[in-house]
Design a protein around this ligand. Structure first.
Ligand code: GLU
Length: 462
């Protein structure tokens, strides 16, 4: 009678199986088993125990399923997926890039991030700016994590460049790879942009010189079982909810904000836009830079802050286009069509040059440029007022750092009543310039491999 009963029971179910689904197994076990790796953007043991974005994400799923969480790090990164295949873990949450070779072995949840693989070397060493020149360096030692997406990628590149040699290192983590390059034990490594974004604060003597390939999706790897999508469905629902509640972004931000001055959500979008949008406008920025004397990457950073390089951008106050010009500014710059990317970029660059020219020449760079940018944002008059307040309080009105401190005082009556133009949202240009400085810094870093010489120290050569 028993088989009959099972068949009967199956009629009411959408997926009918005599063995419990993966999710039912996890519930029965009372434990979600997650394999991870040690990294500031995956998992690490902090003062209060395990922490990190992957840890929080996994903890959330375990809570959702009403089970405990068992999270562990394998001896060596290259055995991470073996843990899934051998059914010692249900999920690998380890900043894993989705690659074809991995897809053949395991399932993946939804991509929750995009990362750009980057070649990293020491500052001061002869800069490598192409795969060809890397492959030509026969003596150079390139090290990557054994079993990583980067090892897979180098193997693909070696098909085209047979002289390319590298070492896949077992039993290390990304941090150790970077420290080996710093110490000269290796000359190059390949790491994800997200890793390097954090690590560059710890290893200032390193730099990312070359993007290898395109940005790649990162996702959880999941145990695969034929005909059983239960785990993938639960994981997808988990990420969808986190995304809808803005919790996904908050998790990464929580960890990344203290270690980097660039938010994670911003970074993800930035890397994506750098790849998809900037190439369309890059030549315009270069042309506008040639005319005005600014570094093109500074102009591009302004464009990113203004509109995320979206020519259709429009604000509730009616400013428009890549450089978000007002109608009045646009007219004064002879910009006929603010939505036209070239006109907008040229107009923005000329407007910045105009602000820059109004700031006394005696002022040193880069302060003069930062002050010009603040004027670009809040208007020349309010900037002048903030410089006066800086002077009144005994500060140096020619120093951006000091004027930056005083700009927010323009919101306080006891201060703004002492200057000509009165109240202004003084914190606005502070955020504005801060953001542009970060975008500019990241752009310099991301385009570092594009040229042979060091990026110009001066922001403007006027
Ligand atoms: N995302 C890489 C991978 O999936 C590991 C991280 C790194 O090397 O930066 O293999």
């Amino acid at each position: 009678m028993r088989p009959l009963l099972i068949i009967f029971a199956c009629f009411g179910l959408v997926t009918c199986s005599t063995t419990p689904s993966l999710v039912e197994q996890i519930r029965a076990l009372g434990e979600l088993r997650v394999v991870t790796r040690n990294s500031p953007i995956s998992h690490y043991v902090g003062l209060d125990g395990p922490m990190g974005p992957e840890y929080d994400l996994a903890r959330g799923l375990a809570d959702r399923l009403g089970v405990g969480l068992h999270i562990f790090v394998p001896e060596s990164f290259d055995t991470t997926l073996d843990e899934l295949v051998a059914r010692r873990a249900h999920i690998a949450a380890a900043g894993l890039t989705v690659t074809p070779a991995r897809h053949a072995r395991v399932d993946f949840g939804p991509a929750y991030s995009m990362v750009q693989p980057q070649l990293v070397q020491r500052q001061g060493d002869r800069r490598v700016s192409s795969v060809e020149s890397l492959a030509a360096l026969e003596e150079a030692r390139i090290e990557v994590l054994a079993g990583s997406s980067h090892a897979e990628q180098l193997a693909r590149l070696a098909e085209e460049h047979p002289t390319l040699h590298w070492h896949a290192i077992q039993g290390v983590d990304v941090d150790e790879l970077l420290s080996r390059v710093t110490n000269g034990e290796a000359d190059f490594t390949v790491v994800d942009s997200s890793e390097f974004m954090v690590a560059r604060h710890l290893y200032p003597e390193l730099r990312a010189v070359l993007d290898l390939g395109d940005p790649e999706p990162v996702a959880w790897a999941l145990t695969r079982r034929r005909g059983d999508a239960s785990l993938r469905e639960v994981v997808s629902a988990h990420f969808a909810t986190l995304d809808a509640e803005a919790e996904l972004a908050a998790i990464f931000q929580r960890y990344l904000e203290p270690v980097q001055d660039f938010d994670y959500v911003g970074t993800r979008a930035f890397v994506r836009h750098f790849d998809t949008r900037l190439p369309r406008y890059r030549d315009y920025f270069i042309e506008a830079a040639a005319e005005t004397g600014f570094d093109w990457r500074l102009l591009a950073a302004i464009g990113y802050q203004e509109s995320h390089w979206n020519p259709q951008a429009v604000s509730p106050t009616g400013v428009r286009g890549i450089m978000m010009l007002t109608q009045r500014t646009a007219s004064s710059l002879e910009v006929e069509d603010r939505v036209d990317p070239f006109q907008s970029i040229m107009g923005g660059a000329r407007y910045l040059a105009r602000q820059h020219a109004r700031i006394p020449e005696r002022m040193p760079e880069p302060d003069r440029t930062w002050l010009a940018l603040a004027a670009y944002n809040i208007g020349w008059g309010h900037l002048e007022d903030a410089r006066i307040l800086t002077e009144i309080s005994g500060g140096n009105p020619d120093s951006w750092v000091e004027v930056r401190e005083h700009l927010p005082l323009l919101t306080q009556r006891q201060w703004y009543s002492r200057v000509r133009r009165g109240f202004a949202r003084g914190w606005q240009p502070v955020h504005y310039v801060d953001n542009i400085q970060r975008y500019y810094q990241v752009l310099q870093w991301m385009t570092a491999g594009d040229q042979e010489e060091e990026p110009a120290d001066l922001l403007a050569s006027q």
